[in-house]
Write a protein that binds this ligand. Structure first.
Ligand code: GDP
Length: 296
């Protein structure tokens, strides 16, 4: 079990007998513990540095009120800053564009893209009564297109018929055309991933983006992504341009530090979280919950 930040800080402040305001020395000692806690929660190093600097500035000179300990005060400042960084405003998929609204999903292989595509499609169909078409542009992984078709049947959402031998861009064009002709409200493009960010992947994503002009481009990323989260999110945002992030496997043991890393480096909102393998395992993002997990 992890030691919580509160436990650690109570140790740091034990020697602080006189209540008053938090001195620079107290805060510096506390920031060492905050830094350790964030790194253990898988927040990327460069994000940890900036974050603790901001918290430090806010904490120094703060009056310690009688009813709380200095440790509790620092935890509160850290918590509030986490929530503010993660984004306190409610997030939704933006469908405010002429139909069919293209939504493109990007991310590494195994991040949960295909599953998330079907989850979002089901949600838009069931809750928002939209007519959704899904298309798999993944010609890399054998049976990826078949996988989306099966998920579509489970979710009762249409999928673009599979045509063997087509390239991702050919499929993208066909999907857009089929969505227009079929009177769909939304067309979801599930793209191929790779094990790592590479040039071929980015070039393919940029080409698909240019053809489909997505209204939303969602980066699907595993909550267990550690220090790589910064590189991953930056690369996709710079090369393809993302409008939001979907964090998957939030049902797992991870502390969710990747959420803070990716949000901090891209400024793009975390829109949804994946909380299971099943198609109903999709929830709105609540920053306080992830902040609580990060703090332990
Ligand atoms: P892709 O390669 O990015 O398309 O990834 P898939 O959608 O095929 O997902 C890879 C695996 O992760 C599958 O076994 C999914 O069932 C599983 N998965 C996806 N999202 C979640 C999630 O939110 N929680 C859990 N526990 N498993 C997930």
């Amino acid at each position: 079990m992890f030691e919580t930040l509160s436990d650690r800080l109570s140790g740091v402040f034990e020697s602080l007998t006189k209540r008053g305001s938090l001195s620079e020395k107290d805060v510096s000692a506390a920031m060492r513990e905050v830094r350790r806690a964030l790194l253990e929660a898988d927040v990327a190093l460069e994000v940890v540095r900036d974050f603790t600097e901001r918290v430090k500035e806010k904490a120094i000179g703060q009056e310690v009120v009688k009813s709380v300990t200095p440790g509790q005060m620092v935890v509160k400042i850290v918590h509030d800053e986490l929530v503010a960084t993660l984004g306190s405003e409610a997030q939704t998929i933006d469908l405010n564009a002429p139909a069919p609204v293209p939504i493109m999903l990007v991310g590494l292989q195994g991040s949960g893209k295909t599953t998330t595509c079907a989850k979002i499609a089901k949600r838009l169909t069931d809750r928002e009564k939209r007519k959704v078409l899904m298309a798999s542009l993944d010609t890399q992984r054998p049976a990826a297109q078949e996988q989306l078709k099966i998920l579509g049947e489970q979710a009762e959402v249409d999928t673009l018929p599979i045509v063997e031998g087509q390239s991702p861009t050919q499929i993208a064009k066909r999907a857009m055309e089929a969505a227009r002709l079929g009177g769909y409200d939304v067309v979801m493009l599930d793209t191929a991933g790779r094990l790592h960010v590479d040039e071929a992947l980015m070039a393919e994503m940029a080409e698909i983006r240019d053809i489909s002009e997505p209204h939303e481009t969602l980066l699907v990323a595993d909550a267990l992504t550690g220090q790589d989260a910064v590189h991953l999110a930056k690369s996709f945002d710079e090369r393809v341009g993302i409008s939001g992030i979907v964090l998957t496997r939030v049902d797992g043991d991870g502390r969710g530090g990747a959420a803070l890393s990716m949000r901090a480096v891209t400024g793009k909102p975390i829109k949804l979280i994946g909380t299971g393998e099943k198609l109903d395992g999709l929830e709105n993002f609540h920053p306080e919950r992830i902040a609580g997990r990060i703090l332990g």
